[in-house]
Write a protein that binds this ligand. Structure first.
Ligand SMILES: Cc1cc2nc3c(=O)[nH]c(=O)nc-3n(C[C@H](O)[C@H](O)[C@H](O)COP(=O)(O)O)c2cc1C
Length: 373
């Protein structure tokens, strides 16, 4: 079995080889606490944070790194290209007790690939390596990097970049198995992730992309030789995914998908944490985009969605839920289960489907600056 309780990132000994991927706008303290309570997750990552804003103590940046003792171990993902700012931000995060710093490497290769690589690419990599080295030398906590496979299929630069960054001192590489050109479409390229895993000498490579089920995580481990799997959108669909995948990897047994009431309980807990962290008004406004993710596994949910996107108080949330429960009854059988034709189809990762099906069934992508993801 693949479950390896001793994944190590620098000096950080982790209890799980499953990771939470940064999802800007979503992977905040309330979501992380919700996932941690369910279990199976150890190292989680914040949304990306601009290093300069952090050094300027910008209130929004400080809110992005808000954490608490139950939210450990925690990585903060930094974004920036000025080496001194990235270094100082890492030092600041270490002083706050953050467990590791992840660098958003979406950008370093972009300019280079646009102008065709070659010598310019090496210059850019030198620059990235210097930036990483400056951070690594300044802190004791691990510094990791998150990247895509490359700009496009003709330029799968991640294996070489990973090696350069390993030499510069990064403690792990997180790689989303798609190119920048792909955005979030098409299939995750497991062979591409494997090439990255094989290119480094000592550090763990964590695979990422489209893992929505325990079987998909296992396939990613099996076919890429990665040391860990990082999950983003799958955690929206299935906040249980870490716990269930851990169980599957250890025992080979698939636990049943949680039912409607269990989903509702977790959703309520999530809103509860959001209210504590952001205050009721702001939490409810933010929950307008969170609620519909839970609803994707409810079966028919129009009645829920059309009201939740206007949510303004916790009392209203309970009203919406009660009205939805009544409305949803028409889709239930005598045992209180969704009738077969209303059940959401099983989740299947892109790399476990025929390409044409993968194209049709791709996981929705919330709005945002895809460019930096
Ligand atoms: C809404 C959203 C926000 C994201 N924000 C970030 C981010 O802040 N930093 C980052 O490195 N990747 C970001 N990503 C990319 C994810 O971390 C991940 O690499 C990608 O979604 C593929 O994994 P998944 O299929 O498990 O979601 C984001 C993706 C989405 C959909």
């Amino acid at each position: 079995m693949w479950f390896n309780a001793s994944v190590q990132i620098g000096a950080l000994q982790l209890k799980s080889n499953l990771f939470l991927s940064p999802l800007a706008g979503y992977t905040n303290l309330p979501f992380r606490l919700t996932l941690r309570e369910i279990g199976g997750l150890d190292l989680a990552t914040t949304d990306l944070v601009n290093a300069r804003s952090l050094l300027e103590k910008n209130p929004k940046a400080l809110k992005l790194i808000e954490t608490c003792p139950a939210d450990r171990p925690l990585a903060v993902q930094l974004f920036g290209s000025v080496p001194e700012e990235m270094r100082d931000a890492a030092v600041y995060l270490q002083s706050l007790g953050i467990s590791s710093v992840d660098i958003n490497m979406g950008c370093p290769v972009r300019k280079v690939c646009r102008i065709g690589g070659g010598a310019a690419m090496m210059t850019e990599w030198d620059k990235s390596a210097r930036l990483v080295r400056g951070m690594v030398e300044a802190v004791r906590i691990p510094v990791t990097a998150k990247m895509r496979l490359g700009w496009d299929d003709a330029s799968l630069t991640a294996p070489d970049l990973a090696r350069v960054l390993e030499d510069a001192g990064v403690a792990a590489i997180f790689v989303h198995g798609r190119t920048r050109e792909q955005g979030f479409s098409g299939t995750v390229n497991l062979a591409g992730i494997r090439a990255v895993a094989q290119s480094v000498r000592r550090i763990p490579v964590i695979g990422n992309g489209d893992v929505t089920t325990p079987q998909a995580a296992k396939k990613m481990f099996d076919e890429t030789g990665c040391a860990g799997v990082s999950i983003g959108r799958g955690a929206f669909y299935q906040p249980w995914i870490f716990q269930q995948t851990g169980h599957f990897l250890r025992t080979g047994e698939l636990l049943p998908e949680p039912g409607f009431e269990e989903r509702v309980a977790v959703m309520q807990r999530h809103l509860g944490w959001m209210t504590q962290v952001f205050g009721e008004t702001h939490a409810c406004r933010m929950f307008r985009k969170v609620g519909p993710w839970y609803a994707k596994r409810f079966g028919p949910a129009n009645e829920f969605n059309k009201r939740i996107v206007k949510l303004s108080s916790v009392a209203e949330f309970h009203e919406i839920l009660e009205a939805y429960r009544r409305w949803r009854m028409q889709f239930l059988d005598g045992d209180g289960q969704l009738k077969a034709n209303y059940r959401p189809p099983p989740l299947v990762a892109s790399f476990m489907q025929e390409p044409a099906v993968a194209l049709r069934d791709h996981i929705p992508v919330p709005r945002g600056p895809v460019d930096v993801w």
